[in-house]
Design a protein around this ligand. Sequence first.
Ligand code: F6P
Length: 319
Amino acid sequence: MKTIGVLTSGGDAPGMNAAIRAVVRAGIYNNLKVIGIERGYDGLINGKIKEMDLSSVADIIHRGGTILKTARCEEFKTEEGRKKALNVLNVFGIDGLVVIGGDGSFMGAQKLSQSGIQTIGIPGTIDNDLGYTDYTIGFDTAINTVLESISKLRDTSTSHGRANVIEVMGRHCGDIALYTGLAGGAESIIVPEVDFETGDVCEKLIRGKTRGKLHSIIMLAEGIGNAFELGKEIEGKTGIETKVTVLGHIQRGGNPTAFDRVFASKMGARAVELLLDGKSGRALGIHNNKIIDIDIHEALSKKKRFDEDMYRLAKILSI
Ligand code: F6P
């Protein structure tokens, strides 16, 4: 193996830069030529590549986003698109590829691996929605960003005696709402994994108000109805003024936490080791505090387990 490539794909996540840096530096340390591919699979198809040197990844470990830029690429899902990508890989002599992204990006990595390109996946998404790994790069930063907002909303809500519905990201996964709900002391956590009744949410708010509580937080994972309609319904049923905040893309930015930087650095370096060992079609992750790698097909087929215990605990503590 002489030349490896690295790309980021799908939604960006804080910590992706630390992973890129680790791939580039570990690659160069091992006398490999490292190529950066811009805008994910789209850049691969269109030959948007540049050679990376040590200084090309200087001053990025602490930055959110991805210096390689990212995209969601429909063309790569087609046979034709993948042919173009394989051609670019051949032309530039790239024999190993590190793909940093979520499940969609891993599916692409799996296809490339099946076509004979040594490919390793690094999980990068704020959603924490991959079943085989305890965490994904960016999740820790995102939940800390959300927590900061919860604290700010608490200040103003307490002053006015208001309730807050706070909508967070996560696609089909409730982890962002669950973790921030527990850490932020939310009264209710509404996630796609558990059925909910607005009546129960309202009952809790009224109980809190009756015992003198001045603010209430309801964490709502995106995609479960409309946050503004829920806010209106709660206000109508409880008589408590209810404000709605949709945090949106603010959750995707910001300086990565120490956890995300360390985790991303370890996986970036391990990806290079795996390529040098001749491995392909592997997905990196973390389990019980240890960096693991498993078959990417198995990684994609592992169903994400919702942490029922944590959900139950949050319920008990917000009684
Ligand atoms: O997968 C990350 C994520 O931020 C999801 O939580 C969200 O549903 C989606 O991406 C938003 O995508 P986009 O940035 O393309 O609007």
